[in-house]
Design a protein around this ligand. Structure first.
Ligand code: AMP
Length: 399
């Protein structure tokens, strides 16, 4: 049997098809620019001879309905899916599950309504997810649609972590609290870390660092999340590609009062024009490293600020957990940047954190240990695989 994973955005759908006996991704693709004059269609798949194939196409995809039809047609045309009865489940990524969802669930009308009710908390994401879910349910009523939430893994946080120190009614009446995001990634790498440490996950204390264009840290005690850096929205926490991360809330008041910026403008400024981009004009860490090497001071400051914030979180989570088995690096930067991993761990020997610089400098793909054999805290690089985690959780939910 097979599991299809859909990540539907407002104008795009990303997808992967997994074989559930060995969890190999036999096809993946993306449809972009839904609703525009010309859509971008890409698919890669493994053919009957085990060879990788790919195709690209441009044609109008007016709405999610045509997008999902196209995906299923294309999977069938290339012989990777005989027909929809081969699907055990469709797993949908949903960024925000609000306070309600602690686990993945099979979608019914009530679940859809609940996801809709948290649109004010995730206006950029949940409407696109819902569009994909509605079409999948309508077109393939015999295949269960399962929603897997980015927030769910963080639902084990205690109130000391998830509450803001603001009047209580804002929490009780308006659901303003910290939720955390990237949960599927933190959960996936936690499981893999436990396997690498050869320890049950329920006995592992971890600091997981998802460092990509969006970035977040999580503190995991006995396999469960007890704190994470993102909050009500994915804006809080680390310095990110274009997001500010932690900031004095009075900055917003200042912008509003003195620069006459309204809510939309402040949101744009903090989500899209800040972070690395705001500091040095570039949000791609590869380019920033290159510029810093050439002596660009703003690029160097962007790296230094990224590391400064990262170290604050590592220190805070270390203090929260008391004992740490491993620190895990994942995401485009965490998996690939020798410099950021080095900088994040530099000078932390007294905390039992000792990097093996040669192992860290090796540019090899896959899971690996980059700490010295004597390091009390293991340092692990683990490529994330959110789609696989969604597929496995979707199948577990329907079974
Ligand atoms: P993601 O959002 O997980 O795809 O990560 C994107 C970020 O990873 C971008 O800032 C990229 O510049 C960064 N990245 C990807 N490869 C490398 C690399 N080899 N060295 C440094 N940063 C990288």
């Amino acid at each position: 049997m097979k599991v299809l994973v859909l990540n539907s955005g407002s104008s795009s759908i990303k997808y992967q098809l997994f074989r559930s006996d060995d969890w190999v991704a036999i096809a993946s693709g993306q449809i972009g620019r839904i609703g525009e004059a010309e859509g971008d269609l890409k698919m890669e798949w493994i053919d009957a001879d085990g060879q990788s194939q790919c195709s690209k196409d441009n044609r109008p995809i007016p709405a999610h309905q045509e997008g999902i039809d196209h995906i299923v047609d294309k999977l069938q045309e290339q012989g990777v899916l005989a027909d929809v009865t081969e699907l055990s489940a469709i797993g949908h990524r949903v960024v925000h599950g609000g306070p309600h969802f602690k686990h993945p669930v099979v979608v019914d009308d009530e679940v859809e309504a609940e996801i809709r009710s948290v649109i004010p908390l995730a206006p950029l994401h949940n409407p696109g997810h819902l569009a994909g879910i509605e079409v999948a349910r309508k077109h393939f009523p015999s295949v269960p649609s399962v929603v897997v939430f980015d927030t769910a893994f963080h639902q084990t946080m205690p109130p000391v972590s998830y509450r803001y120190a603001i009047p209580e009614y804002l929490y009780t009446e308006h659901r303003i609290r910290r939720y955390g995001f990237h949960g599927t990634s933190h959960q996936y790498v936690s499981k893999r870390a436990a396997a690498m440490l050869d320890k049950p996950l329920a006995e592992c204390n971890l600091i997981t660092l998802h460092l990509g264009n969006g970035a977040s840290a999580a503190a995991i005690r006995n396999g469960q999340c007890v704190d994470t850096s993102m909050g009500l929205t994915p804006l809080e926490g680390l310095v990110m590609g274009t997001r500010s991360g932690d900031i004095d809330p009075a900055v917003l008041i200042y912008l509003w009062k003195n620069l006459d910026l309204n809510a939309a403008a402040v949101s744009h400024l903090l989500n899209r024009q800040s972070g690395l981009l705001g500091i040095c004009g570039v949000n791609d860490m590869r380019e920033i490293s290159h510029q810093a090497e050439e002596g660009n001071k703003r690029a160097q400051l962007a790296i230094d600020m990224t590391l400064h914030r990262l170290k604050k979180y590592i220190g805070a989570y270390y203090a929260e957990l008391g004992e740490v088995d491993a620190i895990v690096f994942t995401g485009g930067i965490g998996e690939n940047s020798v410099e950021i991993r080095h900088g994040a761990c530099e000078g932390l020997k007294r905390l039992g954190i000792e990097m093996d610089e040669a192992a860290n400098a090796e540019r090899i793909p896959g899971e690996r240990v980059v700490s010295t054999p004597d390091s009390e805290v293991k340092l692990l690089v683990i490529p994330t695989n959110e789609e696989l985690e969604i597929a496995q959780q979707a199948l577990a939910t329907v079974s």
